[in-house]
Design a protein around this ligand. Structure first.
Ligand code: NAD
Length: 427
């Protein structure tokens, strides 16, 4: 039977470049794996999207309206899961594209979740703490019918944090009349957060880097590591890899980078950054630009800052053997193919940065059970899931000859397709 094209109207609304890129990736792997055309059609668009207007009383007494979104891409495997971001670029297409990636990521990691994303279009750095709190609470009440521990569990993303999650949890709880910690993850530990959540993404990135180094027979030679972005993800990955005997030779932040070919002292660098707020001018290192950083000779390059950093324009200058994608979407599609042709192993974002959503899952489970684990238990279970997924992706890539990104998507999408096939199409 031919799939019915019934969603053109919605498609026009969300078809931004960002969304189309996510959709093209699905189309490519669907063709490659011979995905049932009906299932393919159902997965090309989000299941539901909500756009809300959020009136906020500003500190100067005026009322300003912001636009917010919450999108569920798919909920076949369980409640929807995905972050909330505050940024001026937030729009329906971006949120829908990111929700789709969350579906693949959760399915690949074997988590009982569907994919979601949300956001508010705003300049969070221009808002006071009071304005941010009022905006967050009103946004929560506008999307309250979509969220809940059995329906959709938000988490932090760009420019949202533990405090944002605490406000969402409180607003939701007050509205339903009792405390519901499991409506969000990424909460402070004092109100039901999980040990290890803060470090989880960086820990998962470091774990994937070690696994990839072993896979490429580089682990025994104290591999050289370059990291773009020294925030939550990059700094934790740097610390853990340094502790494992890897040589972190360069790191950077928004102001620029530093390089020492003999390796940086990461403990001293962390203390320096917490005092100075940047990595540059650190003793025993040379200042470099972010562009130069990407092209340094190294074994492992970890982009852990922004999307679209490795592209047609700079991919030929890269000298790494492995790329571990801490950030979401740091490698463009053309660059991905060129790296593959050159034999560079890419650990794709949906695998490499999944540590955060895995420990979010642990936080949700602990909250539902009212039984909390130690940090050692959390880290051990995290490494178990990451290790299994790395092995599956590397095995699928070598079995099929696919790029690792496509191999990862194929595993996630196959699981989801099987579940969708068994559940059938209602009515
Ligand atoms: P963060 O805000 O803590 O850190 C970002 C770092 O990148 C900072 O050091 C910042 O100075 C640097 N940076 C910003 N612009 C830059 C530029 N133009 N060049 C070089 N460096 C720049 O953010 P984070 O939580 O570490 O997230 C980093 C990336 O990882 C993001 O792409 C995010 O979407 C992704 N990610 C994060 C998580 C998580 O749990 N934190 C989970 C999945 C994916």
């Amino acid at each position: 039977m031919v799939a019915v094209k019934s969603v053109e109207k919605f498609a026009m609304e969300c078809e931004t470049e960002h969304f189309l890129m996510a959709q093209r990736q699905l189309d490519e792997i669907a063709g490659e794996m011979g995905l049932d055309p009906e299932l393919h059609e159902r997965l090309r668009y989000p299941k539901r999207s909500l756009i809300v207007t959020i009136p906020v009383r500003m500190d100067d007494g005026r009322v300003k309206s912001f636009t917010g979104y919450r999108v569920h891409h798919d909920v076949t495997l369980g409640p929807a899961k995905g972050g909330i971001r505050y940024h001026p670029d937030v729009n329906l297409g971006e949120v829908a594209g990111l929700a789709m990636l969350m579906t693949w990521k959760c399915a690949l990691m074997g988590l009982p979740y569907g994919g979601a994303k949300g956001g508010v279009r705003c300049e969070p750095w221009k808002l006071s703490a009071g304005e941010l709190e009022r905006m967050t609470r009103r946004y929560t009440s506008e999307i309250i019918n979509l969220i809940g521990p059995d329906k959709d569990i938000p988490a932090p993303d760009m420019y949202t944090n533990e405090q944002t999650m605490a406000w969402i949890m409180d607003t939701y709880s007050i509205n339903v009349g009792h405390t519901v910690p499991s409506v969000v993850t990424g909460k402070p530990v004092s109100i039901g957060g999980s040990y290890g959540r803060q470090e989880a993404t960086g820990r998962g990135v470091a774990y994937c880097a070690r696994r990839a180094a072993a896979h490429q027979n580089l682990a025994a030679q104290s591999p050289k590591v370059v990291i773009q972005g020294f925030g939550n993800v990059g700094s934790v990955a740097a610390k853990l890899l340094h502790e494992s005997g890897y040589k972190v030779v360069a790191v950077s932040d928004v102001y620029g980078g530093i390089y020492n070919e003999n390796g940086l002292d990461i403990s001293r660098l962390l203390a320096y950054v917490s005092e100075m707020g940047r990595v540059q001018d650190f003793a025993a290192a040379r200042n470099i630009s972010n562009e130069e950083l990407l092209t340094l000779p190294c074994d492992i390059l970890i982009p852990a800052a922004l999307g679209n950093q490795i592209h047609k324009g700079n991919v030929d200058q890269l000298e790494c053997k492995i790329i571990v994608e801490g950030a979401n979407g740091p490698t463009g599609p053309e660059a991905d193919q060129i790296l593959f042709d050159r034999g560079v192993l890419v650990v794709p974002d949906i695998l490499a940065n999944a540590g955060g959503v895995i420990v979010s899952y642990f936080e949700w489970v602990q909250g539902l059970m009212h039984f909390f684990w130690t940090e050692e238990e959390v880290n051990h279970r995290l490494e178990e899931i990451m290790g299994k997924a790395c092995d599956q992706v590397f095995a699928m890539a070598s079995k099929t000859g696919l790029r690792t990104r496509m191999a990862a998507l194929r595993i996630g999408i196959s699981r989801l397709a099987e579940a969708k096939r068994l559940r059938g199409l209602y009515p």
